[in-house]
Design a protein around this ligand. Sequence first.
Ligand code: COA
Length: 184
Amino acid sequence: MTEARPVQPPHPPLHDGDVTLRPFHEDDAESVARACRDPEIRRWIPTIPEPYTIDDAVTFIERVERDWAEGHAAAFAIVESGDSRLLGAITIHGPRDRRAFVGYWVAPWARRRGVATRALRLVSRWAMREMGLVRLALYTLEGNVGSQVVAERCGFVREGVLRNYDDGGDCVMFSLVPADLAGE
Ligand SMILES: CC(C)(COP(=O)(O)OP(=O)(O)OC[C@H]1O[C@@H](n2cnc3c(N)ncnc32)[C@H](O)[C@@H]1OP(=O)(O)O)[C@@H](O)C(=O)NCCC(=O)NCCS
């Protein structure tokens, strides 16, 4: 099995005409903090600090810049194409041994417009291709039906429930493997 290739932020940025995935900037800190104070984000991503301060957002942005540079993770700000206003965040964690996992949130002001589905479709195809992945995993807390629908709409396959998998408890594991994309 060949090794994963190191990746650079895609240029031009990933986009589908509706959403664009760009790097985070310092200027996003206020929007990140505002979004991450949302109870739904705290509910479904238990690792989010509470209370969520501007300093937490600045630390997050500094960390994702370091992660890109060190190859630990590829984090993108989701914005509307032609607009820099932040709609959400999506991150590929890894790769390690050609495997990675993906996590995301959409700000309360941008939900139910297909933003997560569009962003996940873009980033998953890019990661499979550019990182040479054999597996991209995605897990959600068991009750997070919205995120599970998003995963399935993007072709991820439900594998099962992992008990007490993270701080929130039982999680549903999904994955995408190259064979799932054979028809695209
Ligand atoms: C889950 C989340 C990412 C969905 O983002 P979104 O941009 O609103 O999702 P989409 O608009 O692409 O939704 C696609 C479909 O998922 C389903 N869905 C989305 N949110 C839902 C919800 N809260 N309840 C039930 N179904 C939902 C719907 O079927 C929706 O399609 P429809 O609007 O045509 O009915 C967003 O609500 C969020 O950030 N939640 C908090 C953080 C989180 O759960 N992150 C994921 C951790 S695994």
